[in-house]
Design a protein around this ligand. Sequence first.
Ligand code: ADP
Ligand code: MG
Length: 699
Amino acid sequence: MRCHIARSLLPVSPVNPDSLAPLFAPLTSLRGIGPAVAALIARAAGGDRVIDLLFHLPESYLDRTARPTIRAANPGTVATLAVEVVRHERPATSRQPWRIIVRDDTGVAELVFFRFTRETQTPPGTKLLVSGKLDMFNNRLTMPHPDHLVPIEQAERIPAIEPVWPLTAGLWPRQVASGLAAALELVPEFPEWHDPALLKREKWPPFNEALRTVQCPTAGEPDRRMRARLAYDELLAGQVATALIRGRVRARAGQPLIGDSSLRDVALKRFGFPPTASQEKALREIDADLASPRRMLRLLQGDVGSGKTLVALLAMLRAVEAGKQAALMAPTEVLAKQHHRTLSALCPVPVALLTGSVKGKERARLLRGIKDGTIQMVCGTHALFQDAVEYRELAVAVIDEQHRFGVTQRLTLGAKGERTDVLIMTATPIPRTLLLTQWGEMDVSRLTEKPAGRLPIRTTLHSLGTMPTVLEGIARKLDEGAQVYWVCPLVAESEALDVAAATERFVDLKLRFGDRVGLAHGQQTAELRDAALAAFARGEIRLLVATTVVEVGVDVPEASIMVIEHAERFGLAQLHQLRGRVGRGADASFCLLLHEDWVNETARRRLTLLRDTDDGFMIADEDFRLRGGGDALGTRQAGLPGYKLADAVEHEPLLHMANRDAAVLLSRDPKLEMERGQAIRVLLRLFERTPAMRTLAAG
Ligand code: ADP
Ligand code: MG
């Protein structure tokens, strides 16, 4: 089934908000789509509304225009053959396929059916057009389950080009196609929201035409420009939306915070080390924000161990120097307590601790102190920003470890933070592209160096074939007293298999190195695992075979060697984190990346990059480029989170364009009132960025 839509069917009246409503209606509102098919489409498209189907783009296209003869046809390709039925070979048992032997002037081929359909009822002599993937079986050209099988006189029923949508079990391409045909009819004629000069330069068609061409191509595979146009629409909507939200947060006047450094000097003296150059730079950037009357919204990025806490403390002390309050929010109670200890040791004024488990009188006392301002510094969990907590004047809020995106709404800190300067600390080296899509133009400070005294980690690559040599090296190091992590990969499909592989490695290594070898993995009981980790920490175990459990929270400064088996199966960011487990002590450290002998070019480039740099930011940016976005977020899925039409890698340049475009647009028309602004409002609605529009109404 094709999606023919006459242009004249489309409404041409300017868009009013109601004309978008059908796009957000359930799939079942589409002609010919019942609840069962709707449910399947919803599963494939990730949403059960018409718009979800419209934005469910093909991952590739099948070109059915190739019409070779049987002799010239190539197994492994998709082709359309004009043939005549010779005879049927019925299966003797139900496990055998049904074969239709067909011929043309050049040879003989077989259509093979494992499931029998009425298509098998074609008498000998019938002339057919069949289209599908060709195969070679027993020296004969075969076409298992043709995608199309039509009488030759109905050739037009086979499309020249056919989109291949991501499907789900039970869903057929023709169901998607017919749903789309109905859905596309509902798309109104939109006003153009892009700058005409841009459209001309990029040779982009209108939105409707691009969408129709991508979803229902009629002549050949759609040009890349079609998809680029759609991606740009989506990216621009995202950039305008983040710019609007950020603008609102910013527009609330902050307060200029100036301090005399009296408290800072005391803290630094107690700390005993000079700040690193990165810390100094970050602090200068933060101080400039604090001193300005605009509100601060800054992300402080730095690897684990780069010294974010000191920067946070000094920023908070500026608030106290200015006679106001500062708060630090950690994601868990444990981390809140840890911060509380660190800050208390350095801070010249008392630091309060407020978490969910602080109750009764103590809690009442804290709330009173926060309200009357006698508590100037407070550390805690999200309890800090609950309704019952009233600050006298919260000037600086630090939020630690925000890996999660979409926190823009939290930046307001509820009603506490109208004027509060906000610093967000994260150890996730978020690639620039993701920063832009998720945060808009949030200011960023990066701690790019570790505090002095750390030795660099020497990273080397070894193919698994050279295992004997690697083991000799490890044996030598163990004899010299080194402690070794040996990490085996987890490959999501089956944890049990991965654990088996790790266990097998453990048995191997134990045979060779004896009782010095221990094992820790995710399927052990917590006691067993913790016992292994503790024995490693005490130095009783010298070589710890582990799955990625070591990634989190194991700190053994004496360990100086990290071996990672099948390094090619890990994300680069993850490898970098793992590598960070060594190099914490006084000894020179090594990271050995063992990889499959046959790794492909991309994998080799990724591992080489990791070998050659220790810069977590560069690694994240590059990995993003090489693999797409998901890995950087640890979700292992490609693409930009929250985006359906734009591809992280292919459309990255468009993202930067959209970012500038949004800035220029909003500087000229901050309330989106002019002609293009009005069209942009429709764009925001189409891409469901309407929360951002509330800021327009409010402001
Ligand atoms: P992060 O929070 O970025 O993971 P921390 O703030 O916990 O890192 O700092 C890691 C370690 O480095 C801590 O022990 C801290 O005292 C130390 N440190 C931080 N800054 C410096 C510095 N300028 N000189 C020496 N040590 C530092
Ligand atoms: Mg920290």
